[in-house]
Unconditional design. Structure first.
Length: 138
């Protein structure tokens, strides 16, 4: 992956308040959708990680800056890239755009844990190597 992965979506009515503005909490779902697509592009099936490999990547830190509101029926493009790769963690960096307008910037840190115990563990090579390649390519 030589640039940020781009995920496009249209804002649904259920994502907005009575004024047609996207509720602040909805952005986290949009970011998660983009993150799962980036993992998929890297050849990582998140469902298999949880069910077969018995580990998960829960969010441990989230930073988000809302610059401009998204509205009902907007077509948004979410840029997602690997920003930082630790021994047992990975940070994804995001930009949400509507055309050329930057609406939101975010950084989401995930930790690698064993299931079902929830103990911190190192990222396995099957995850680390594709994410490292994606990070170096961007």
């Amino acid at each position: 992956m030589t640039s940020p992965m781009r995920h496009q979506l249209r804002v649904g009515y259920a994502d907005t308040d009575q004024g047609g503005i996207v509720h602040h909490s909805v952005y986290f779902r949009y970011l998660e959708q983009a993150r799962v697509e980036l993992l998929r592009e890297c050849g990582i099936d998140y469902r298999s990680l949880e069910y077969d490999d018995k580990f998960a990547l829960p969010v441990v830190d989230a930073q988000i800056k809302y610059r401009r509101p998204a509205q009902f029926d907007d077509i948004l493009e979410i840029e997602c890239s690997v920003g930082l790769l630790g021994r047992a963690s990975v940070r994804f960096d995001y930009r949400i755009l509507r055309g050329d307008d930057l609406l939101t910037e975010a950084k989401i840190m995930l930790a690698c844990i064993e299931l079902p115990a929830g103990k911190l563990r190192s990222l396995p090579p099957s995850v680390r190597e594709p994410l490292k390649a994606a990070m170096q390519g961007s």
